[in-house]
Design a protein around this ligand. Structure first.
Ligand code: SF4
Length: 348
């Protein structure tokens, strides 16, 4: 095994760009430091490839939180955005959760504050509050049910079935997911006017142009984050043709890749092309899992700048104690924030 680089040779979080030739050495150092601390590294699948490669587990936000709750490790280095690290802390109050860059936020989570939500609730007394998991713990603490894009329709159906068809529902903060639920169920909700900045990179015109250029390609939508939930609405509204569309969770995307990887490559030519509407970080895992599939981003510019704030030097510095920040949710707040998550999990 190679020796660790000397301190003076190290790229630090604060200095210079990370050079390609420094990546393997830094990755070795990160793994050694994590092992020495007994820490596990969790990485969201929108993280940079070199971060995903050193993680113990790569997944979507809820998968990471569940993994955090299941691990015996006392410390979790969470490579994702801040609300996700908070959710891990909410579900694992006994563990130390560290994020390599505390400024890695989320434009969607930031689009509603707890004060705004309390005002909205006061204007609609008795309404049931449904919030996407991309929210802060303080907003979750004011929420009745959390949802993901995969179960939002199911959760709202459950609320209408159990609370009555005329129940007022406050849905936020993702307006596209809210519009999709309204259209799918034929119901009217109060929908918060929030959005993720990345979605602007995945427009119907981009998608239609990519599909026209690759008419035989599969079209995969991965509505894991606010960046691609608008695509659900584009398809539901007819702005993007529904033929050949596969709506897949993170697990579904990887299952698709595993299935395709089993297919034979013909003379080195990828057997299949798939256009993917997602944040571009997801493509790394797909390409690794199925090298015989030509995965094309619906738009290469659809990149979350917050996710990309987590770099290898920052991860290393979090492990040496020279950087990063502990994310700890107050016990009372965590207890309240757990309720809507647990209700969602109980429904599906
Ligand atoms: S892609 Fe959008 S919703 Fe997801 S973490 Fe980034 S800013 Fe938030």
């Amino acid at each position: 095994m190679n020796a660790l680089p000397m301190l003076g040779d190290r790229p630090t979080a604060a200095t210079g760009p990370l050079l390609l030739e420094n990546i393997p050495g830094l990755q070795r150092e990160v793994r050694q430091l994590a092992a020495a601390r007994g820490a596990v590294i969790l990485a969201h699948n929108y993280q940079l490839p070199e971060i995903q490669q050193v993680a113990d587990y790569v997944g979507d936000s809820l998968g990471l939180s569940r993994w955090a709750a299941a691990t015996d490790a006392p410390e979790i280095i969470f490579c994702g955005v801040h609300f996700m690290a908070e959710t891990a802390s909410v579900l694992s109050p006994d563990k130390r959760v560290v994020i390599p860059d505390a400024d890695a936020g989320c434009s969607l989570a930031d689009s509603i504050t707890p004060e705004q939500l309390r005002e909205w609730k006061a204007a609609h007394p008795g309404a049931v509050v449904v919030m996407y998991v991309n929210t802060t713990a303080a907003v979750k603490a004011e929420t009745d049910y959390c949802v993901t894009s995969a179960n939002a329709v199911q959760v709202v159906s459950h609320i209408l079935a159990t609370h009555g068809p005329d129940t007022e529902i406050l849905f936020g903060p993702d307006m596209f997911l809210g519009a999709y639920v309204e259209r799918t169920l034929g119901v009217s909700l109060h929908v918060w006017d929030g959005e993720c900045h990345v979605h602007a990179g995945i427009r119907p015109d981009d998608i239609n142009a990519a599909r026209a250029a690759h008419p035989d390609a599969d079209f995969l939508i991965h509505p894991e984050c606010g960046c691609s939930t608008p695509v659900l609405e584009y398809v539901a509204a007819g702005d993007v043709a529904a033929d050949g569309v596969h709506l897949l969770s993170t697990g579904g995307m990887l299952a698709y890749a595993a299935d395709q990887a089993g297919q034979v490559t013909v003379d080195g030519v990828p057997r299949r092309t798939a256009i993917v509407a997602t944040e571009t970080g997801m493509l790394h895992g797909l390409r690794e899992a199925a090298p015989n599939v030509d995965f094309i981003a619906a738009n290469e510019a659809a990149s979350c700048r917050y996710m990309k704030m987590i770099t290898l030097p920052k991860l290393r510095d979090a492990l040496t104690g020279n950087g990063g920040a502990e994310v700890k949710v107050d016990a009372d707040l965590a207890a309240r924030a757990r309720v809507p998550i647990e209700r969602m999990v109980a429904i599906g």
